[in-house]
Ligand binder design. Structure first.
Ligand SMILES: Cc1ncc(COP(=O)(O)O)c(C=O)c1O
Length: 364
C-alpha cells in the first residue's frame, strides 16, 4: 500500500481500491504479489488495459468496458496466451471490483501475464511453461497530463525514437513490452522539458504519443493516423471519431507527415488516461493560436459530458456499476444479448462494430 509519504509521482496520494480481482477471486490489495522470477519481469510477457470509471449522478460508470476487455482478449490472442477467462467474466469482474471497492471514480487496470510455476519453475524465453495469471486492480487517478493541460494544452516534441515497426512488436496489442518504447519516448520528452513526445512510425509518418493517440485539425477537418501507422487502436480515438460524426465535423484517417503537425490549426491527444488533451506547441512551434482550439473544445466538451453521463453517447458506452447485479451474470446487462430483465441493459457496441473499428486500416 502507498504510505502517506511514499513518492507517488503520477498521482499524489492515490486512493487505492482495497481489493484486487485475481483469477476469479477477490483478494486484498496487499496480497497481490508475484515471484521475482516470474517470466513477465524478465521478458515483458504481459498484456493489459486501462479503463476509466467515472463519477456520475447514477453512481460510478465504467466507460466502454466491453470494448476494453475485447481489446485485452485480442492482445492476449496475438501473444498466444491461451487462457480460460471469458469476455463476460472479465466484464463482470470489473463491475464487481468497483462495487466492492467503493470508489466513486477510478482507473481500472486488468492485466494478464506469464508468471512462475514454483513447483516446476521455467526460466527460458519460451513462455509456454509459465502459467498465465490475470489480475484487475483499480485506483483513483487524476488528469494524466495535469489539470491545467485540459484547458491550456501541453507542450510536446517529436521524439527521436520511432514507434514500433508492425512486424517486430505489434502496436495493435497493448502489451507491457511495448511500453519500453513508450518509456524511451516519455523520458526523452521529460528530460528535454516537454510533457510528452510524439513518435513517428518506421516510415517517418506520424504515429502516436507514448500513451495517447493524436488528432490534427486542418480547415475544419479532423484527421488522425490510421492503424497502419503503428498505433494502438485507441478506444478514446474511436469515441472521438464517433463524436465527430455526431457533431457533423468531418473526420478521416490519413497518413501524416511530421511537418503537418507544425502547420495544423489544432492538435490534440486522446487516451483513457489523457482523455482529450489539447497540444499547444510541438518542438517549440506554436500550434494555431497556441491555446485550445474551438473544434478541440467542442469535442472535449462532448466527451466529458458523455463520460459524466450528462449527454447521450453514440452507443451505450457507460456501464452503471450500481445498477448491475453482482454475482448474477445472467442479469448483467453489459453483456450483449444477455437475458438481463431485472436491470437496465447497457449493451455497448456490437461485436461486429468493435472488431470493425479495431481491424480497419484507414486509407492513406
Ligand atoms: C501507446 C498508446 N496509444 C494510444 C492510447 C490510447 O488508447 P485508449 O484510448 O484506448 O486508452 C494509449 C493508452 O492506453 C497508449 O498507451
Amino acid at each position: 500500500m502507498f504510505a502517506d509519504d511514499a513518492p507517488a509521482k503520477d498521482a499524489k496520494k492515490p486512493r487505492i481500491n482495497p481489493v484486487i480481482w485475481h483469477n476469479g477471486e477477490f483478494i486484498k490489495w496487499d496480497d497481490a504479489r508475484v515471484h521475482v522470477m516470474s517470466h513477465v519481469l524478465h521478458y515483458g510477457s504481459s498484456v493489459f488495459e486501462g479503463i476509466r470509471c467515472y463519477d456520475t449522478k447514477r453512481g460510478p460508470a465504467i466507460f466502454r468496458l466491453r470494448e476494453h476487455m475485447r481489446r485485452l482478449m485480442n492482445s492476449a490472442k496475438i501473444y498466444r496466451m491461451d487462457h480460460e477467462w471469458t469476455l463476460d467474466q472479465l466484464c463482470d469482474a470489473a463491475v464487481e471490483l468497483v462495487q466492492r471497492g467503493g470508489l466513486e471514480q477510478c482507473y481500472l487496470r486488468p492485466i494478464i501475464f506469464r508468471s512462475l510455476d514454483e513447483a516446476r519453475p521455467a526460466f527460458g524465453v519460451n513462455p509456454f511453461p509459465n502459467p498465465l495469471v490475470c489480475y484487475i486492480g483499480a485506483w483513483d487517478w487524476g488528469k494524466y497530463l495535469g489539470d491545467e493541460a485540459i484547458e491550456e494544452g501541453v507542450d510536446v516534441c517529436v521524439s527521436s525514437w520511432n514507434r514500433l515497426s508492425p512486424n517486430s512488436m505489434p502496436a495493435m496489442a497493448k502489451s507491457g513490452a511495448n511500453y519500453m518504447n513508450s518509456q524511451l519516448i516519455k523520458m526523452e520528452a521529460i528530460k528535454n522539458g516537454y510533457s510528452e513526445g510524439i513518435a513517428l512510425d518506421d516510415r517517418g509518418f506520424v504515429s502516436e504519443g507514448s500513451g495517447e493517440n493524436i488528432f490534427l485539425v486542418h480547415d475544419g477537418r479532423v484527421i488522425t493516423p490510421p492503424l497502419s501507422s503503428s498505433i494502438l487502436p485507441g478506444i478514446t480515438r474511436d469515441s472521438v471519431i464517433q463524436i465527430c460524426r455526431e457533431l457533423d465535423i468531418p473526420v478521416a484517417e490519413t497518413g501524416l507527415q511530421r511537418a503537418a503537425l507544425y502547420v495544423a490549426d489544432e492538435l490534440f491527444f486522446t487516451g483513457t488516461a489523457a482523455e482529450v488533451t489539447p497540444i499547444r506547441s510541438v518542438d517549440k512551434i506554436k500550434i494555431g493560436t497556441g491555446t485550445r482550439g474551438d473544434i478541440t473544445e467542442r469535442i472535449q466538451q462532448a466527451y466529458f459530458e458523455i463520460t459524466k453521463g450528462e449527454r447521450d453517447a453514440p452507443g451505450d458506452w457507460l456501464t452503471y456499476v450500481k445498477e448491475m447485479k453482482s454475482g448474477a451474470p445472467e442479469n448483467n446487462g453489459h453483456r450483449n444479448g444477455a437475458a438481463g430483465k431485472a436491470l437496465p441493459a447497457t449493451p455497448n457496441a456490437t461485436e461486429a462494430e468493435i472488431s470493425q473499428s479495431f481491424l480497419t486500416v484507414g486509407t492513406e
